[in-house]
Design a protein around this ligand. Structure first.
Ligand SMILES: [Zn+2]
Length: 501
């Protein structure tokens, strides 16, 4: 019987957010060890409130298929919502718990480790490679397979530290469990001596391209189809394209492709190269340009019938909490109050100080205070409002929450991350999106699925904040970066990044 450990430490960091992620952000969202992790990954839900089954349940499915040969050994799983980089002490605590518990687990023959791939830590560069190396010290030569979100950043040091690396093949992401199963199967096959994972990878000096980067829409559809095809044909154990989280402050940031074959280095290189070329061909298709708040509100006002049949959903694209923004922006909120009169709007803002002020008050009370603009004062300013308290709530993940009515806007003020991606963010506090004209979300893609029943028109709004695409242009890179700078050819930098002479 081979004992294969499994664990997760995952968070997507936006290095432009000044709000550091702390241990309480993990422990308040998702943190499980040992038997509790085994129960969550065998019976579910794996991540309460978010995923019934994710990567680790996928790994368990792979282990079950070989249950006479493999024993899955749960270590720990920690997940926090996107946000600023981790505080150093938070990272070091998680790292030491992972290492200690892996040691305490006894003899281990291999491991599956689920990491985001775009996690940042204040004061530590390439922290996930460090985490992998720390795990390696315990594992010795035992196989280690790692999975990433496709927004992860790959480095040569990362590739050198793992036996195989695989990423999601969907954007918006909906294959967490399938990827965990695939990574698990590779780990198990390697431990049992049935396969010998061999990687080829390529790194592109490119942070934006591929249009909307959705897997089932062009221009990226052909790339995703090709990856699945080479896996189905048995030419590769796994094929991945990393479209990178552009607000990651790694100097060697960029899209990358990575192919894992069974002991065929030439094929891995050839396929990674082919996928990289396909991505580079799509580099000029940039993300769409979004209107400002005034134009968006005017468009919503004109959409009378759609508002009657459901709601207009406005994605606050400059303050996307699920991409790590602080969620305290007041730009769109201010515009909805001032320019959205006569339309019933639902909006969200994170402000722990305002919650402290409002919490002792009662529904019906009229209050005057400033909200928002305090967590990231470089992006927006606090907004003075006067309104009536509608309701108060204590919620898992969002913390204490107060609904405040200001003019025609119901503002959901949260103490924790204002992660508006699902209708439940509003319905849980008594706000029915069917009764709204405009509903604000702080998300790029998944809300399109979750709000489908309500949404009659989607408007992405650009104001100013940590998730503006070009906000990433201020970051330091290891050379010219597409599309910020003209780059004629990707291969020269790829060779430097891979250390090929
Ligand atoms: Zn992602």
């Amino acid at each position: 019987m081979k004992r294969i450990a499994y664990a997760r430490i995952a968070q997507e960091s936006n290095s432009l957010s000044p709000v550091a992620t702390t241990l309480s952000d993990f422990e308040g969202s998702h943190y499980l060890e040992g038997d509790a992790l085994l129960a969550a990954t065998t019976e579910g839900p794996e991540v309460a409130g978010f995923f019934k089954k994710a990567e680790l349940a996928g790994f368990i499915a792979a282990a079950r298929a070989r249950k006479s040969e493999v024993e899955p050994v749960p270590i720990l799983s920690a997940w926090a919502s996107s946000g600023g980089p981790l505080a150093k002490d938070c990272f070091e605590e998680l790292e030491s718990r992972l290492v200690e518990q892996l040691r305490a687990a006894g003899n281990i023959d291999g491991m599956y480790l689920c990491l985001h791939g775009a996690m940042g830590v204040l004061g530590i560069s390439d922290p996930e490679t460090r985490l992998i190396r720390s795990v390696r010290q315990v594992l010795g030569g035992a196989p280690l397979v790692v999975s990433h979100d496709l927004h992860g950043n790959v480095t040569q040091a990362r590739v050198d530290a793992v036996d195989a690396l695989v990423a999601y093949q969907t954007n918006p992401h909906r294959d967490h469990a399938r990827i965990g199963k695939k990574a698990g199967a590779i780990a198990i096959g390697t431990v049992l001596g049935e396969v010998k994972p061999t990687m080829g990878w390529r790194s592109l000096p490119m942070i934006l391209g591929g249009g909307k980067t959705i897997d089932f829409l062009q221009p990226m559809r052909a790339v995703f189809r090709r990856m699945r095809q080479v896996e189905r044909a048995g030419d590769a154990l796994a094929a991945s394209t990393f479209m990178v989280h552009p607000w990651n402050d790694s100097p060697s940031l960029g899209w990358s492709t990575l192919v894992v074959t069974d002991n065929d280095a030439a094929a891995a290189d050839r396929l990674a190269d082919e996928l990289a070329e396909m991505c580079w061909e799509r580099r000029h298709e940039q993300p769409p340009k979004f209107p400002g708040a005034s134009e968006a509100i005017a468009t919503a006002r004109a959409a009378k019938i759609r508002r009657k049949l459901g709601c207009v959903t406005m994605a606050d694209a400059s303050d996307v909490v699920t991409a790590g923004a602080p969620g305290d922006s007041t730009h769109l909120l201010r515009a909805l109050i001032e320019e959205g009169k006569g339309m019933k709007s639902f909006a969200a803002v994170r402000d722990p100080q305002a919650i402290a002020t409002l919490w002792p008050r009662e529904p019906g009370d009229i209050v005057a205070l400033t909200i928002g603009g305090t967590l990231d004062p470089t992006s927006s300013t606090p907004l003075p409002v006067r309104g009536a308290i509608v309701s108060k709530h204590e919620r898992h993940g969002f913390g204490r929450t107060v609904v405040l009515l200001v003019e025609d806007v119901r503002i959901v003020i949260t103490e924790g991350p204002s992660m508006v991606m699902r209708p439940s963010f509003y319905t849980e506090v008594g706000l029915d999106p069917f009764r709204a004209d405009i509903v604000m979300v702080k998300n790029f893609f998944p809300f399109l699925m979750f709000f489908a029943a309500y949404n009659r028109k989607t408007i992405f709004v650009r104001t100013r904040g940590a998730t503006d695409f070009d906000a990433a242009f201020q970051l330091p890179f290891d050379g010219p970066m597409h599309p910020r700078d003209p780059v004629d050819d990707w291969r020269a930098r790829d060779r430097v990044r891979r250390g090929v002479t």
